[in-house]
Design a protein around this ligand. Structure first.
Ligand SMILES: Cc1cc2nc3c(=O)[nH]c(=O)nc-3n(C[C@H](O)[C@H](O)[C@H](O)COP(=O)(O)O)c2cc1C
Length: 325
């Protein structure tokens, strides 16, 4: 005779395993809809077109172009890159051909190739940011703007905009006033209280914040006394900065109700998932491009399987799933 099974002990059917193809990768950054949360980080994937030999640009959640300025810029003196044991120092100096060339030559070739195209802009003063935003507003193919506020503010002793909440508030407002494009404000880690800067961006109307830009650093050859970079001090990126970036994303998540794009040291799908866990809605991948040019396509490709293996039916279920007091 089979053993009697009481109502309480009756075995339950285990939850159906999640199939990778059923995992919903879509996310929203305010009004901006992304098919998946994996974006390129500005300055590390050129103007986007450079990545075409490595993968179909439409695979990325978004392509973020390198910083565009009003006037053409030559960039900083060489050397501009210096490798360190677990990160890359750079002082590139935002070389680009300026907004006119971008609009006339690059944009027509780029438009329609990415599922979502984000143009990263920088100016020497708030008015210049606004001028750039106004110029790009309504142009076909552009889905959002990212403000690189780590650049020097010529009206404030060349100190970066990113360090002062009041300055950030004014800058973001001047941009929001002249464009309907979603605005992502890219934050610098070289501040004491990143949440106050994120709050200022939000108050002024930013739809999302992305963080982090590079961490100030330097390298030196003690024998020759020569610094690794032409400008001596530059910005550190790559795996070395990931713990700093995770910490800063968490600080913003805990203090400010705004979508976060996590950036810093992501080289794998697991790194990307760590940022989602602390509260980022999407991620950007930068330095990893130099070793693995198709890293964005690889991470997108592995994301469904990784989430399915953890029983998640959507990216959303992973976001802000940190178990911490
Ligand atoms: C060579 C290089 C160039 C970069 N250029 C830009 C840029 O033009 N604009 C910008 O906002 N960030 C720029 N960044 C910062 C990256 O977008 C990113 O915020 C930072 O490198 C951290 O991410 P990662 O560790 O994945 O590289 C650059 C980074 C590197 C390494």
């Amino acid at each position: 005779m089979p053993p009697a099974v009481s109502r309480e002990t009756k075995p339950t059917t285990p939850a159906d395993p999640v199939r990778p193809e059923d995992v919903d990768l879509s996310v929203r950054l305010g009004p901006l809809e992304l098919a998946n949360p994996v974006m390129t980080a500005s300055g590390t994937a050129g103007l986007g077109l450079e990545m075409e030999p490595f993968y179909d640009l439409s695979v990325a959640g978004a392509i973020v172009v390198k910083t565009i300025t009003k006037k053409p810029r030559k960039g900083n003196p060489m050397p501009r890159l210096s490798e360190t044991p677990s990160g890359l120092l750079n002082s590139i100096g935002l070389p680009n051909k300026g907004i006119d060339a971008f609009v006339a030559k690059t944009l027509p070739r780029l438009a329609g190739k990415a599922r979502c195209l984000v143009v990263n802009i920088a100016g020497g003063c708030s008015d210049e940011f606004a001028e750039l935003a106004e110029r790009l507003d309504g142009l076909p193919g552009i889905d959002a703007l990212e403000l690189n506020i780590s650049c020097p503010n010529v009206e404030d002793g060349n100190l970066p905009f990113a360090r002062d909440p009041e300055i950030v508030r004014g800058l973001v407002k001047s941009v929001v006033d002249v464009t309907d494009l979603p605005i992502i404000t890219k934050l610098s880690p070289n501040v004491t209280d990143v949440a106050s800067i994120a709050q200022a961006a939000k108050d002024a109307g930013a739809h999302a914040v992305s963080l982090i830009n590079t961490v100030l650093g330097m390298s030196v050859d003690w024998r020759t006394g020569k610094p690794g970079l032409g400008t001596v001090i530059g910005g550190l990126s790559g795996p070395a900065v990931k713990p700093i970036a995770l910490r800063m994303c968490l600080e913003v998540k805990r203090a400010v109700d705004i979508p976060i794009v996590g950036i810093g040291g992501i080289v794998s799908v697991d790194d990307a998932l760590e940022f989602l866990t602390v509260g980022a809605t999407a991620v950007q991948i930068g330095t990893a491009h130099y070793k693995t040019p198709d890293v964005v396509a690889r991470v997108v490709g592995e994301l469904r399987e990784r989430l399915a293996s953890a029983g998640r039916r959507s990216v959303q279920e992973q976001i802000a799933s940190l178990k911490a007091p």
